[in-house]
Every structure is written in C-alpha cells, then in structure tokens.
Design a binder for this molecule. Structure first.
Ligand code: GLN
Ligand code: ZN
Length: 763
C-alpha cells in the first residue's frame, strides 16, 4: 500500500545456544577441558547463529556487542579500563588470549588473590550483573575493541549490525564506589571523564562503518534525582554533538521513564527507545511532551521478558497511536530477548492449548515483522495471525478456585502475636529454649540424592525404590540434627530439584519446559516454569515427607514451603490479570498445604519468600501497593492454622532497605534473614522499624565453604542480643545448605549449637 513498512529492531538475543553450548564451552574452559581458542570459536559460532537468525527474520537493526562470556556490565567495565586495583596486576600481566580470559573470569569469579566483583540483580529481573567498582582514581580509558570487533565480525558474515552499548549514565549509576572512595563520592562524579571514552568509541565505530549505535539507559525506568537528569542531559549533549559518530538511539526499558522523557526528547540524538509493554504510560507522557519531533521512536511492543504471544491487535493499536508522535517509528522488543528462552520449536511436550499461546525469542522475531507489516498494510494483511494464539484466558479458568477466593476475601486474621506466642510457648512439647537453634531447610544435596532424582525422572528408578532412598536420606539428616543438638529440625529437602519448580510441577495451572533455559548469571541458567492458568493444588505436595520426618524424632520438625511472591518471581507468569490476583491463587493452594501439614502434626511451618525484594517495583510510588498485596498473599497462605502452630518465613538475596517495614506485615511468628554479611545490623534495624516478633539473623554465611568458629558465632549472637530479647532470637545459618558439603556443614552446625548454648548459659 502507500505506507512503507517500518523498520524492526531487537534489543538483544539469547546467546546461550539451543543446547546450552555456551555453558559447556565456558565451564569446559574453567575446568581446563577447552582451550582459549576453542572457547572463542564456540562463542563466535553462537554469535553467528544469533545474527543469522535475526537477519533471516528480516530484523533491520540487528544488535551486536550483546554477546558476553559472563556479563555485559563486566564487559563494559573492561571496555573502559575500569579494573579494580586488586585485579590490575593480573590483567596487566596477561600476555596471551588465555591470560586475558583468565583475568576476565577472575573479576567474575574471584581468584586466590582477590574476591570477585559483587553480583546483584539487574533491575527487577532474575538476571544478575557484576557490580563495577569505581573510585576517584579508577582508570577510565577506552581499553578494548569488543564492540568494533563484533560489528566487523557480523559484517564479514554479510550483516550490517547496530552495536549496542550500556549507556554512560546507567553504567555509572549501577556501579558502586570502590574501597578507596571517600564518604559522599558517587561513581557518577566521574561522568565527565567517562564521556570522552564513549566519544572515542563512537568515533572508532563510525570509522569502522557503523551507521548507527544504540545506547541503553534502563536506569531511567527508576526514580532519578534532578542531578541525575542533569547528568543525562550533559551526557547526550556531549555525545550528540560529536562530529564523527554513528546515529545514536538512546533506549530505555523495564518501565515508563517519566521525567527523563523530555530530557531525551531534547537531546541531540537521532532516536529514542521506549518500552510500551512494561511502561504503557510512556505513550501519554510522549503525547503530553509533544512527541519526539523529527527523532525516530523505537517502540518496544513485543514483551522481551515474558513468553506469551503478542496480542498483535493491541500492539498495532498502540503503534498506530504513536505514529504521529515522532519523525519515524521502529517496531521493537520491549527489552533484550535474553530474558526468554530461545526457541519454542524445542518444546515438544507442552499441552497444545498452552503451546499455541507461547512465543520464545525466535518466535518474537516474526511477531516484530508482522506488526511492521500490519502497520504498513492494515490489520487485514495479518489475516488469521491477528487472532491466533491469544483466545481469551478462559481456557484455563478454574471456577472453583475463583469462588473459594471470593468467599475467603482477605481471610480471617490470626490472633495477635502476643496471644499466639503464649500458646506456642506453653504445653511442654512445644516449649523451646531462648536462642532456639534451627536451619533454613535444605541439607547438602549429595551425588546420591541427585542421582536418585535423575533416575526417577528418567524412569530408571522405580518410585518405591526412589522413596526408600529419600526416606533413608531423611533418616540420616534427622539423626545428624539430633546428634548435633538442634532444637527445631528439618527433613532436608532431598526430593526438591529447585524451590519453585518442585511446587510448580505439582500445581495445576503451571507447566515446566524441557529446554526453556535463560541465563541467571554467568554460566548459571534457570528454567522458569510457566504459570499459565488458574492455580490449584490437586493433592498435598510435601505432607508425606514432613510426616515421615516427624515420625523419626520427638523434636519438632519444620515443614517447608515456597511463598507466593517467590513462586511468581521465578516463573513466567500470565499477563492477562494483575499479579496480585495470581498471587492470591498461589496463596490459596499454599494455604491448603499449610493446613494439611498442621493436620499431619507439624507444629512449625516455614514459608520462604527470598524474592520479596526482587519484585519490588522500580518506582517508589508503586511500592506500597506491591508490598500490601505481597503481605496479604503471605497472610492468606499462613493464617489458616491454630495459634499453637509457629509460622516462619525466610528471606535472602537482598538489601532489605525498602522492604524492611513490610516484614512485620507478613505476620509470621519468626523471620529468618540473610544477615551474616551485614553483621547483625539487621536485628537493630528491624527493632527500629517496630518489628516485635521473633528473628533468626543468619549467624554465618553459607555461600562460603569456610567453617565459622564457635567464638565468632557467639560474638554475633551477643551483638544481636543488644537489639532483641533472648526468647525472640533464633540461631540459624543465613540460608539453605544444599550447595554445601557435609564436611563443612557438620562442624559449622556443631559450632552454631555450642555457641547458642554458651550464650544461653550466660543469660
Ligand atoms: N528452604 C530453602 C532452602 O533451605 C530456602 C532457599 C532460599 O532461601 N533460597 O534451600
Ligand atoms: Zn535463603
């Protein structure tokens, strides 16, 4: 017809390979099985396949420089020479490719001489990046050529790519001050020294023939101060005004960008990328700001973070409403496709009614082309593709679940904590000493345990034999805990592959994939289950194991479940209803499980919520509503029990800063937290926000193989006692023990118990 077909672009593409080839190559290199040359060759092949797939699908702006051996923030730090002092000697000494790679991986994984960079979550995703350390004296100079090399590599393959860089503002905002930095220093203070490095890189890319680049500034999806927005303005004025440079698109994702929009609209760059999936408010903001003038709007219309087919009609309507607001429109993903699995074609075992609703990275490429076509030629051009795959969510509705939730409302609240704690402390068998000792749930997953689970899965091991092995494992773990002298025991979780997948496999409305891997960090990939319909619990999930464990000991055994927020955070979730509603369904299934555990004689029940912080919205004004529904879902799951049953929760992986005030709202009797590294400060912090229930600050760090001494645990407990009464203090490691070995776990727990006894005796 008359309108030209708009261009399409992708933020980034999975590079892990259809069969996790990257993991095999990288881990093979670490283990000495693969040479540096073999590793580089494997990586080049994966890049080539990704570029070819995108080019074949007709993507106009194929990204390059999105490949990484470990993490793109780390790559960016190295690109600009921002190597922390402790790694510099090794980096400078590298004389060949293997030396270079070793210096690179040392920053990611640590070496004998130096601990690694800290790792933290990339915005509100489950991807972890390495946190660059930047101080007043950290070198900043263009020190690498990766973006140029990957551009040239793709060009040799016949594809003109658009190099992608993490933008200077986001790079510095996500970095942390190094150890030498004085009070008050922020990495952003170095912006003016960093900008010339970006400028020089743009010039080199221009000389290499790159017509365009994209700079990503996802930090704009969170609240930014006026100073930070001024830095943004300065950065893009500087880069935009450089003469020898490719066309620049500044791209944002993970939400609406609010006050940053007028800054980008006014910047001397050629394009602006906005996410209309996570940030539909961007459209009204754009209209209110009077549009982008002559700039190209790169519109994120295909969800890069979820696995559902795009509602093409909705995307087209959104795109059409954007047409008048910019000089041109590019149809794009909302963010990098690295957050979704590579190709649905590999999934042959899914229910066809679910499968027809799904689109993984490869399928999303075709959706981009369809949206572009529909924009140019009208929706009729899409024919039945328009309606395909997204029939109303009704196909997976469970009216019984919905009716039960309606009847329950918020659920009857439990009695006051003061009343409950009296009930729990009375009655001989339930009584616990002050500084009660326990663990967080899992015990080391030995090779035998893993082999048994794998055997069952593959059909090699008959179920009765598997169950016999698991019971034997539980016997061992219970006997060990009794021998060590812990007060509240656990069954050890040997039957669980993963704390989310284990439950997802047993809940209706949830499906697991066979090959749906996404990178979590480095060579660690996860396979998030897909929550596709109304959730319910066809049968008890953990009760028999807990009942068996309790039958082996006179001490209380703690039942162990994964909470509603964590079940959502580590899954792909349905996008046709609010998250809060899905959380309530998961909570209802857990509520049934909690009550069944209680009926089976379990007096302590722990519902883990390690991901409570992770789902926290990036914008502060959206956080209270989230925390309210998250806490309500937790209470719904746990409030069905008698006052005599003790409800525990556990949290980790986080700076608790923003969520600390909500911990009491969960209304658990006991909260155990990862605190070993913050040295018990959390106990006082919780007191200061008015938390008056029981607390188990992790007294040692299970992430390290080091065995903590009795003295250091005792010292930690005494510090904690400065902020909490002895009968409100629990003594436990800071997380589950499944990744550790018994050689460390046993002496560590013995020291933990004897330290608790020493402190108890001195009270
Ligand atoms: N109960 C779980 C375990 O011990 C908790 C894991 C977690 O917090 N990530 O393994
Ligand atoms: Zn934990």
């Amino acid at each position: 017809m008359n309108t030209p077909v708009p261009a399409t672009s992708v933020h980034g593409y999975p590079h892990i390979g259809p069969r996790r080839e990257l993991k095999r190559a990288v881990e093979g290199y670490w283990a000495g099985r693969t040479t540096a040359a073999e590793l580089d060759a494997a990586a080049a092949a994966l890049r080539r396949d990704a570029v070819a797939a995108m080019a074949a699908a007709g993507i106009a702006a194929v990204p390059s420089n999105t490949f990484t051996y470990y993490d793109q923030m780390l790559d960016t730090a190295l690109l600009f020479g921002a190597v922390p002092e402790r790694f510099r000697a090794a980096a400078a000494a590298a004389s060949d490719r293997a030396g270079e790679l070793d210096a690179y991986f040392a920053m990611a994984r640590g070496s004998d001489a130096a601990p690694p960079l800290e790792m933290t979550k990339w915005f509100d995703t489950n991807y972890h990046y390495l946190v660059p350390e930047i101080g007043p004296a950290t070198p900043l100079r263009l020190s690498g050529a990766k973006p140029v090399e990957e551009f040239e590599e793709a060009r040799a393959q016949g594809v003109e790519t658009r190099p992608v860089l993490i933008g200077p503002l986001t790079f510095l905002l996500l970095s942390k001050p190094d150890a030498s930095a004085p009070e008050g220093f922020a990495p952003l203070d170095r912006l003016d020294e960093l900008l010339p490095c970006y400028g020089e890189l743009l010039e080199r890319l221009h000389r290499a023939g790159a017509a365009a680049v994209r700079l990503d500034e996802p930090a704009l999806a969170a609240d930014r101060t006026p100073e930070e927005l001024a830095a943004l303005r300065r950065a893009y004025r500087y880069l935009g005004e450089r003469e020898a440079r490719p066309a620049i698109t500044v791209s944002t994702y993970f939400g609406a960008i609010g006050a940053a929009l007028p800054v980008l609209a006014a910047a001397p760059v050629e394009g602006v990328g906005l996410d209309f999936v996570a940030g539909p408010a961007n459209r009204d903001a754009l209209a209110a700001a009077g549009g982008l003038g002559g700039k190209v709007l790169e519109a994120g219309l295909v969800d890069g973070r979820n696995v559902w087919r795009t509602d093409l009609g909705g995307a087209l309507a959104m795109a059409a409403s954007l047409l008048g607001l910019a000089g041109g429109l590019t149809v794009s993903t909302s963010c990098s496709l690295q957050h979704v699995p590579l190709d649905l074609a590999a999934e042959t075992g899914l229910d066809p009614r679910l499968r027809e609703r799904l689109a993984f990275a490869r399928q999303k490429l075709d959706e981009l082309a369809l949206i572009a076509l529909g924009l140019a030629e009208g929706t009729e051009a899409l024919g039945d593709r328009l309606a395909a795959g997204r029939p109303a969510g009704g196909a997976f509705t469970d009216h019984q679940v919905r009716a039960r939730l309606d009847a329950l409302g918020a659920g009857r609240p439990r009695a006051d904590y003061a009343v409950r704690v009296r009930a729990q402390r009375q009655g001989g068998a339930g009584a616990l000493p002050p500084l009660a000792t326990t663990t967080i749930g899992s015990f080391p997953q030995t090779a035998e345990v893993r082999a048994a689970r794998a055997g069952l899965r593959a059909g090699r091991l008959p179920r009765e034999e598997y169950e016999r092995l698991m019971r034997a494992e539980i016997d061992r773990v219970i006997a060990l805990q009794e021998d060590i002298g812990l007060d509240v025991l656990v069954h050890g979780e040997p039957e669980r592959n993963d704390m989310v997948q284990y439950f997802a496999e047993q809940l209706a409305g949830y499906a697991a994939t066979e090959h749906g891997w996404v990178q979590s960090y480095g060579s660690r990939y996860v396979r998030p289950p897909i929550l596709f319909g109304d959730v319910s619990r066809p049968a008890p999930m953990t009760v028999e194991w807990a009942r068996y464990a309790q039958s082996r000991t006179a001490k209380p055994v703690k039942g162990m479940l994964t909470g509603p927020v964590t079940m959502l955070a580590w899954s792909f979730v349905r996008d046709d209803q609010p998250l809060a509603e899905t959380a309530r369904q998961v909570a209802l299934a857990l509520r049934d499980e909690v009550r069944d555990l209680e009926a089976a004689g379990i007096r302590h029940i722990q519902v883990d919520e390690p991901a409570l912080r992770e789902l926290l919205p990036l914008r502060r004004d959206e956080q209270p509503a989230y925390l309210a529904w998250a806490a309500e879902a937790f209470r719904l799951a746990t409030s069905g029990v008698a006052d005599t049953t003790t409800v525990h929760t556990h949290m980790c992986y986080s700076e608790f800063g923003e969520v600390i005030g909500a911990i009491g709202e969960l209304d658990a009797d006991v909260t155990s937290v990862e605190a070993a590294r913050s040295r018990m400060e959390l106990v006082a912090d919780l007191r200061d926000v008015g938390y008056r229930r029981e607390i188990g600050p992790g007294v040692y760090d299970i992430h390290s193989p080091r065995v903590p001494s009795e003295e250091e645990i005792e010292a930690a407990l005494r510090r904690a006692l400065a902020a909490v009464e002895p009968d409100r203090l629990w003594v436990n490691p800071d997380c589950g023990l499944k990744t550790r070995g018994y050689a460390e776990v046993e002496p560590a727990l013995r020291n933990l118990v004897s330290a608790a006894r020493r402190v108890r005796e001195s009270l």
